[in-house]
Design a protein around this ligand. Sequence first.
Ligand SMILES: [Cu+2]
Length: 344
Amino acid sequence: MVLILLVIFGISAVFVFPTISEAASEEKIFVTHSGGVIKTTGEIIDPVYVASTMEFDPMKYLREFNYGDVSELPDGTVMREFTIIAEDDKILEVSPGVFYNVWTFNGTVPGPTIRVTEGDLVKINFINNGSKEHTMHFHGIHPAEMDGVFEIVGSDGGRFTYEFEAGPVGVHPYHCHVMPLEEHIVHGLYGVFIVDPKEAREPADEMVMVLNGLDTDFDTENNFYAANTIPFYYQHHPIQIITNELIRVYVVNMVEFDPINNLHLHGNLYHYYPTGTDTVPSFYTDMITLSQTERGIMEFEYTYPGKYLFHAHKVEFSEKGWVGIFLVKDDLTQESQTELEYGN
Ligand SMILES: [Cu+2]
């Protein structure tokens, strides 16, 4: 009898284990907004972008700064008030056929770029409309109880008001700080917090690039990489700039799982201010390496018109979406070039 049972177990083991290993490489099934069913392994690389499916516009996000509702306190201090709403039920088609559950601040990944001036009183009315607990944790200097770590904000309408003096000058991330932290960050609960110096920086064409990764098959490895969430977006929609104009990029690395990211600019070098805290650049380079939440300010201008790549020099990342093009023109009224492709 025992022998018979052992034989049966042995036979079932042979059939069960291959089934499990096959399941690991099987396509996953996603339900689209319209109720259609799409299968994907999450490894679709550089598909042709379908504009009609967009829910997030990386071109709009690039140059959009939220300065809040401004008022002046009796002592002359400027107060900037923001309302930030967290949700965790949105689906974003990050690439055709790849639908990903994003967790959002004010409906986008990254959340809004919050921009203030050093010394302002920052007031954030935070509302958690998600199904999980969330918080807002700002990098920078503030009292412990405003750190968004221990003051957990409950789901389904929980509220908290963060209030602190803006500082130090620089570019900082903000993100949810509820455990498991990796899960809350990788789903998209982060954004950029810029603290301007009281004496404003030199006028420039300013933009924000959040370097992020997307783990669309939930195996704690990224399937896609991007500047501002949508893989290959700025390759197919080049960022138009003009010659001899100062360009200032606030860059923040929010990639999880991979220890480093980097940023290489073609045909040029940039002045780099780590964390943006100093008025004098630390480097003049065409390559920076960034660990988790490392960030800084890049400044450069182009002398010659044409198209120039910027991308991760970690080639795996650029081939999985973290690549873009600056289309440099003498005059923005020049006709747009079409069919720009990486490698042409
Ligand atoms: Cu969270």
